[in-house]
Design a protein around this ligand. Structure first.
Ligand code: DX5
Ligand code: ZN
Length: 217
């Protein structure tokens, strides 16, 4: 069963809890939080105060995607009673193993993300230490960008490596995900689909989710 993780970045910030409740009722499994610092990516989004403001306003577990430099310094702020995953970028962590240990020691599942231009091989030595690998299918920084299809083959290769090495991390995709690419991504081995503008932009979230699930089968 595939999981959907709507990205709060595409929600209505002026009515955040209500907009999150709307997609939650329609049937999603995680809440994806895009944290951007204006350094690692060319945009600033929101910080831990906004993440914490949703505590108890939704029952969904949080999937925190840190697109930031100096992740070690900020990670503790994002540990909450609802934080399931904290995902850091390989490109932003000079001592990735240390950062993953820090997340795990704080009681949260560690994940690692790769930009479209970063090959899977950089993760060879840490795959056994992560609970999730996030394959970016856009260059991070903004919602509403065009899907980069090269990510499909990357997911397929990653799923193959996971099988060969008998590992059990989740494979997540993020960026331009819509019913149009759901089938190819699911067939390649994607477990968790981050969906921003396509889902939040749909007038009927439940209908969008039905269409997405149908397409992914
Ligand atoms: C991109 C973010 C994504 C993005 C997804 O930098 O990590 O989570 O908000 O939005 P869509 O689905 O519109 O590409
Ligand atoms: Zn994201």
């Amino acid at each position: 069963m595939i999981k959907l993780a709507p990205s709060v970045l595409s929600a209505d910030f002026s009515a955040l809890a209500a907009d999150v409740a709307r997609v939650e009722r329609a049937g999603v499994q995680l809440l994806h939080m895009d944290i951007m610092d204006g350094h690692f990516v060319p945009n600033i989004s929101f910080g831990s105060a906004v993440v914490k403001s949703l505590l108890g306003k939704t029952a969904l577990p949080f999937d925190v995607h840190l697109m930031i430099e100096n992740a070690d310094r900020f990670i503790p702020e994002f540990v909450t009673a609802q934080t399931e995953y904290i995902v850091v970028h390989q490109e932003a962590c000079a001592q990735l193993g240390r950062t993953l240990d820090l997340i795990r020691d704080l009681g949260v599942k560690p994940g690692v993300a790769l930009n479209p231009a970063t090959p899977l091989s950089v993760l060879d030595c840490v795959l056994a230490e992560v609970e999730l690998v996030l394959i970016m299918t856009v260059n991070p920084g903004y919602s509403g960008q065009k899907f980069r299809p090269a990510g499909i083959e990357k997911v397929r290769k990653l799923a193959e490596i996971r099988r060969e090495r008998a590992l059990s991390f989740q494979i997540e995709v993020d960026g331009g995900v819509s019913p149009d690419n759901a089938r190819a991504l699911a067939a390649a081995g994607t477990d968790i689909f981050v969906t921003g503008s396509s889902l939040f932009g749909a007038a009927d979230a439940a209908e969008w989710i039905r269409a997405f699930r149908r397409a992914s089968e």
